[in-house]
Unconditional design. Structure first.
Length: 265
């Protein structure tokens, strides 16, 4: 096994994304580049130079279709992970290259080691009422905090409060139950048909939910000399998420996830 640099890591991420794109096109599954990957496509026509991951969005129906179909057609080295697939402690899907190993810099206590991977997020209907949306987000933040304490290592002995929270979460909860509650809350049936949608399984909090109409039409944009689907209203999405999205962040905010990647064998 040998360590690889960020450039090679991005090449492998792109290979996984190309495979994912081919699978979705073949099976009529709609998706969009998302978050920093979408921003990279628009601002850099590829990866943000200091970024080291890939994110995609699927509306919930498309997400469930993908998950069910992908599990029925096992791939020799592109593996799918989630709390309800292989007990990987996250409430959404990752697709990894099992010929590699990724040690993420988050410091989380994740016993199951996977390879370089892309994140596949569902987009769910949310309340059109602003106050209810905030309450639902507050619950999501609490659940993500519980999950964080469940899988983070113990702190130095003097951080008594943090260690007590970690101990309490591990004793009282199983990460799969927390992930399931996050996923169940995201799929709240009373919001189906709403005009608002959101990445409700994510811990990230954006100021406002998205318009459902943004996710009904797709175009393609260049990304690293390939073309991938994006929502046609991508500028509205990026403005909502990042504000002046074409402006580069200050140097001190241009950082990777501090992961270490290896090729097996």
């Amino acid at each position: 096994m040998y360590k690889i640099d960020l450039s090679r890591q991005k090449e492998i991420l792109l290979e996984i994304l190309c495979f994912f794109n081919e699978f979705c096109e073949k099976n009529g599954i709609k998706y969009s580049l998302a978050d920093g990957t979408l921003l990279g496509a628009v601002r850099h026509k590829g990866f943000i130079p200091w970024d080291d991951d890939v994110d995609v969005y699927l509306l919930r129906d498309e997400y469930e279709k993908f998950k069910k179909l992908y599990q029925s057609i096992p791939h020799p080295y592109y593996k799918i992970h989630s709390f309800d697939i292989d007990a990987y402690p996250i409430p959404y899907i990752k697709i990894s290259d099992c010929r590699t190993l990724l040690i993420e810099g988050s410091g989380l206590r994740i016993n199951k080691k996977i390879g370089i991977n892309i994140d596949v997020f569902p987009i769910d209907f949310v309340s059109e009422n602003a106050e209810q949306f905030i309450r639902d987000n507050d619950l999501k933040k609490k659940l993500h905090k519980m999950l964080y304490y469940n899988i983070v290592p113990y702190r130095p002995f003097w951080k008594i409060k943090s260690n007590f929270s970690i101990f309490k979460s591990r004793i009282l909860y199983d990460f799969r139950d927390i992930c399931k509650q996050i996923d169940d809350n995201a799929k709240n049936p009373k919001y189906i048909g709403s005009n608002k949608v959101y990445e409700s399984v994510l811990g990230l909090i954006v100021q406002n939910p998205y318009e459902y109409s943004w996710f009904t039409e797709y175009i393609k944009l260049p990304f690293e000399n390939h073309y991938f689907p994006v929502i046609s209203r991508y500028k509205d999405f990026l403005k909502n998420a990042y504000g002046d999205f074409m402006k580069l962040p200050p140097l001190e905010k241009r950082h990777t996830h501090n992961s270490k990647a290896y090729i097996k064998g």
